[in-house]
Design a binder for this molecule. Structure first.
Ligand code: ATP
Length: 361
């Protein structure tokens, strides 16, 4: 086990494209860090740099306190699990897991012990060990890919979207298995995904990347409760946070949500923004269907019944601002209904429309 430290890590591809602009993070021994962000944000590039599959253009990369910038992947004591599993089709499951150990020069007995132990952890039967990968289900293949990583007893696990080839139900199941496995083995892990639910449920911390830059690094709760930017606010949470264009009052102590509806802010507001436009963010689960002095006249356009929850989509105000409200349980509301919706100040987020950064109150 080992810590992994990235100091001002940068990557420019040979064609001149800068994919990573300078990433700093200290991944603790035993920590599970998830790199998350939309397609093209640079998460695979960063993971591949840690693996040694991409060169480091600038900065310092250390594993276990030792700089590894110029070490080959095989010298880094890491094991990687890929999206497409990368299994050898002509080898049995047993040999797929044993192959790397043979190359490492381990004895037959040691290899046998490690493979059987990994198979036990992953609930692969003796019979399945004799099959070829094509004779396994997607979930079982994924387990073999995990097994191949486990047998090496690496200091660091690197996962590149390992669940994206599985169907939705199996994804959830394997997600739980990966979490249990990482917790019981305690191996430092870096995991790439574009799926925010996977990121939130797996990671001790999440690094949200956007265009090769770190938008925010924090625990799932920190990102959910205090997103640092509009980008993070929109990316973390499903359905996404509602964003409403509003104006700060002339004393900076309240925001004007609609012509005759304003909301007093906590801690005396934000004087710097007095009279300026601000973006108000509020999550669907933090809106209330209640009639108050401040409630908005909300017109329902679509209702999604999820069973445990109901999502109510609609709009309010002259410029028909979109809003989604999440209420727990089932609800008889239907398109065309008019409902009062209240925004309370406890769970609101404010963002600067120019910088797109969070405004602290
Ligand atoms: P995805 O989820 O689609 O895999 P990602 O976040 O993992 O995306 P990367 O694969 O790291 O993104 O790519 C980051 C950026 O670098 C993209 O704009 C991509 O086009 C670019 N890129 C990747 N590989 C190369 C390369 N070999 N040469 C030039 N540009 C590259």
């Amino acid at each position: 086990m080992a810590s992994v430290t990235l100091e001002n890590l940068q990557k420019t591809y040979p064609n001149g494209f800068k994919a990573i602009h300078g990433v700093d993070v200290d991944i603790q021994d035993g920590e599970f860090l998830v790199l998350v962000g939309p397609s093209g944000c640079g998460k695979s590039t960063l993971l591949r740099m840690i693996a040694g599959l991409e060169t480091v253009t600038e900065g310092k990369l250390s594993i276990g306190g030792k700089m590894v910038n110029d070490l080959e992947p095989s010298q880094r004591d890491i094991a990687m699990v890929f999206q497409n599993y990368a299994l050898y089709p002509h080898m049995t499951v047993y040999n797929n897991m044993a192959y790397g150990l043979k190359i490492m020069g381990l004895s037959k007995q040691e290899i046998d012990e490690r493979v059987k132990n990994a198979a036990k952890i992953l609930e692969l039967t003796e019979e399945q060990l004799t099959r070829k990968p094509r004779q396994l289900s997607g979930g079982q293949r994924q387990r073999v890919a995990m097994g191949r990583a486990i047998v090496r007893k690496p200091s660091v696990f690197l996962f590149d979207e390992p669940l994206s080839n599985l169907d939705a139900k199996l994804r959830v199941q394997m997600r739980i298995e990966i979490k249990r496995l990482q917790e019981s083995l305690g191996i430092t892990s870096v995991y790439v995904t574009h799926d925010q639910v996977e990121a939130m449920t797996l990671g001790h911390r999440l690094m949200v990347l956007n265009g090769g830059n770190v938008e925010q690094l924090g625990t799932p709760i920190e990102l959910y409760e205090r997103p640092a930017s509009l980008f993070v606010a929109g990316f973390i949470g499903s359905p996404a946070m509602n964003m409403i264009s509003t104006k700060m009052s002339s004393d900076g102590k309240s925001i004007e949500i609609a012509s005759d509806i304003s909301l007093a802010l906590e801690n005396g507001g934000a004087a710097d923004y007095a009279g300026k436009k601000v973006i108000l963010g509020v999550r669907p689960e933090h809106l209330e269907l209640s009639q108050t002095d401040n409630s908005l006249p909300f017109t329902v356009t679509l209702v999604e019944h999820l069973g445990a929850d109901t999502l109510i989509h609609g709009h309010f105000g002259e410029d028909m601002t979109d809003l989604t409200v999440r209420v727990s349980g089932t609800h008889t509301v239907k398109a065309g209904d008019q409902l009062p919706v209240t925004i309370t100040r406890d769970h609101i987020h404010l963002f600067d429309p120019a910088t797109e950064k969070r405004i602290s109150l």
